[in-house]
Design a protein around this ligand. Structure first.
Ligand SMILES: *[C@@H]1O[C@H](CO)[C@@H](O)[C@H](O)[C@H]1NC(C)=O
Ligand SMILES: *[C@@H]1O[C@H](CO)[C@@H](O)[C@H](O)[C@H]1NC(C)=O
Ligand SMILES: *[C@@H]1O[C@H](CO)[C@@H](O)[C@H](O)[C@H]1NC(C)=O
Ligand SMILES: *[C@@H]1O[C@H](CO)[C@@H](O)[C@H](O)[C@H]1NC(C)=O
Length: 306
């Protein structure tokens, strides 16, 4: 046992020795690293230390396709040819789930020096930050929104009434603006939880549970008042129109008769029914305030891959 511990210690020291030696050995090389968050890939490197009158950098990459199908050729990164900056946005270049080799060529006067990224990079290793979930109450609806969203993201949202999690409903949200409306009852506490999936890399992140209560009565009475006012206005209008029809009836009759000659019996019928018709239409107009809007699953047929 003691021997084993000793052996491990020795191996560890040996490892440290090689590691330090390795990292301190290339004196005139760049330190390259890649940072990838939310599918945005940024290559960065330390500035060239050796003095030269002009220095610039060129980035190249090689995926599995170039390696196996194109005889191991290298591809120039789109925006990073002979640049003076110490960074390069490789987001549009590394567009498949391949293991990429990446290298930087430093041009210092007449010399060119190649430095490789020590490990291959795969965009599946990107760090996904969960989008923020917002919940807003609008009347009897809870509006749930997610942002920021990546181009290829699908949000799987679960919603349930507090205490009834086993009967949670799952909603799939695929398209911009990633909003979702859910009908609730007054005073009900609704809970939401979501999973955001980037299909291109089959990687997801969780959005924590959040619960929200719809207010008991305050808005209810506000809506009632609004509806009552609307009804009063409609009735008043109807009465006014009814009076106008009686008073100006003959003129209207004449006009209508002029446009489309109808038998008198029909004409009278129509005029009597006019105010009633108006009430119907207006009542319908105020209805949406009371309507129970079914929660719709937003869906788009567009599938983005690659
Ligand atoms: C790869 O190399 C072989 C032989 O060296 C050649 O015949 C072929 O055309 C090359 N392919 C490409 C895509 O360059
Ligand atoms: C990059 O550096 C090389 C060598 O120093 C030079 O010949 C070339 O003109 C430079 N390119 C740019 C765009 O400055
Ligand atoms: C560049 O190379 C030429 C010959 O190849 C040499 O004469 C010149 O001194 C070099 N310049 C620098 C800055 O190293
Ligand atoms: C995606 O990942 C899950 C595990 O996280 C796995 O079960 C599933 O098969 C994967 N799907 C594809 C298409 O690779």
């Amino acid at each position: 046992m003691l021997q084993l511990t000793h052996l491990i210690k020795s191996l560890y020291l040996l490892f440290l020795h090689f590691n330090i030696n390795y990292s301190s050995s290339p004196p005139a090389h760049l330190k390259i690293s890649i940072k990838s968050v939310n599918m945005k890939h940024h290559l960065i490197w330390s500035p060239w230390q050796v003095s030269c009158s002009t220095v610039n950098y060129t980035v190249q990459f090689q995926g599995e396709y170039e390696l196996h199908k194109l005889n191991g050729s290298w591809v120039d990164a789109h925006d990073c040819q002979e640049i003076s900056e110490n960074q390069c946005d490789l987001t549009s270049d590394l567009a498949s789930n391949s293991d990429y080799y990446i290298r930087v060529m430093t041009k210092c006067d007449n010399k060119t020096i190649w430095t490789r990224l020590p490990l291959t990079f795969n965009r599946r290793n990107t760090v996904l930050l969960a989008p923020a979930m917002t919940t807003v109450i609008e009347g009897d609806l809870v509006q749930v929104g997610f942002s920021p969203i990546l181009p290829d993201m699908t949000v799987y949202m679960e919603s349930w009434s507090e205490g009834d999690e086993q009967n949670a409903l799952i909603h799939v949200i695929r398209n911009y603006p990633y909003h979702f409306s859910i009908a609730t009852h007054r005073g009900e506490k609704m809970c939401f939880r979501a999973e955001a999936l980037v299909e291109a890399i089959n990687k997801s992140c969780s959005i924590h549970t959040r619960c929200i209560s719809t207010p008991e009565t305050a808005e209810n009475s506000a809506i009632l008042v609004a509806v009552s006012i609307a009804v009063v206005v409609v009735v008043a209008l109807a009465i006014f129109l009814g009076c106008s029809t009686t008073r100006f009836g003959p003129y209207i009759k004449q006009t209508i008769r002029h446009r489309e000659p109808l038998p008198n019996v029909l004409l009278d019928d129509r005029l009597i029914s006019t105010p009633i018709l108006f009430i119907d239409v207006s009542m319908e107009h105020t209805d949406p305030l009371l309507l129970f809007c079914p929660a719709e699953i937003q869906y788009t047929g567009v599938e983005e891959t690659g």
